[in-house]
Design a protein around this ligand. Sequence first.
Ligand code: ADP
Ligand code: MG
Length: 397
Amino acid sequence: ARRDRGGQGRLVTDLRDEAATAFQEIFGRASDGLWSAPGRVNLIGEHTDYNEGFVLPFAIDRRTIAALAVRDDRMLRIASAFTDELVEHDLTQVSPDVLHGWSAYPFGVAWALGEHGADLHAVPGADIYIDSDVPVGAGLSSSAAIECAVAIALDDVWHLGLDRAVLARAGQLAENTAVGAPTGIMDQAASLFGEDGAAVFLDCRSLESRLVDLRLAEAGLAIVVIDTGAAHDLATGGYGERRASCERAAKALGVAALRDVRVDDLDRARGLLDDTTFRRLRHVVTENQRVLDVVRLLATDGPASIGELLDASHRSLRNDFDVSTPQLDLAVETAVGNGAIGARMTGGGFGGAAIALVPEELTSLLRVAIDGAFAEHGLEQPDIFRVAASIGARRDA
Ligand code: ADP
Ligand code: MG
């Protein structure tokens, strides 16, 4: 299925003005404030989060904005620029079983905050309007962006004072339970902990995180997203199946999570698993090591030294984890063949986007080469744009 890619590339200031105006039009009064949260690109560490391993995402300069005003009653009413639907629920009645579709993300967050200490019988209701320039379903986590924008807004107006690790957990709980997508904690952590120019190195077991400077500008490098336009669907199919095979592998190996398996243990593990499960394991174990290697190299030799690790990550996702697609492979191969230092699919796979690390002066050339390759293969033109590591969720006005 092809996605509707509406709404991208607008300036954040435009997005803010538009959100405030649309809020006024829909709800007939001014909003109390604007909160926003970014999408993310995962630099490396794919399918490692739910194995309690390591990830290295960064928040991008594409954001989801929530305009909000509190109400005198307990109704929560939510509208989005992406749809004509205005959805409302009594806060005291919100639970995963009454939620479905896009509104399960924001309402799921309200419910999940209740699970993390908010008293949904005592807090005021609210009207919320949402707009975004994060492409939806591209693997850049528009889902975490909407969850985290709503989470910080409600945390603020409900005076919950929850720390950001708890807000990340609430976003994940909403996605897992209200939406039904068995995703890990990475996306919410990136959206909440991101900073300008830095990636978020996250230990998904302890949830400890640390910022890692990317130092792209001083190396003359850019990160380019190649959005293939093929929608992925995390709630169904392959993602859950991959997760299940990781759990099977952990059980067979007698470890709490695949985080506990080292590269040196792989030979021994091979005899205990069927071939497919072994390849799933090998991806996770080697990917965890690659994240650690990238973090170390960024600090010592800078971003120009991580290209081979990005390439190796893509090969592992393609050959061992089987989550790439012909479009993603084409994007990656073409990028590497036309000046990129390294490239890989990013996000859960089965569609979505790839990233390329490329010398700034070669970005136009790269774009032309990828457009050409996709045309040659009779594929629809991908959307190609540069991303910058940006600040995480915050109140904007
Ligand atoms: P990704 O996170 O890679 O963009 P997901 O499938 O995880 O893709 O999440 C996309 C879904 O999140 C959309 O189909 C929609 O239900 C919801 N969503 C994301 N952003 C918005 C938005 N601004 N307004 C309404 N729904 C949104
Ligand atoms: Mg998502």
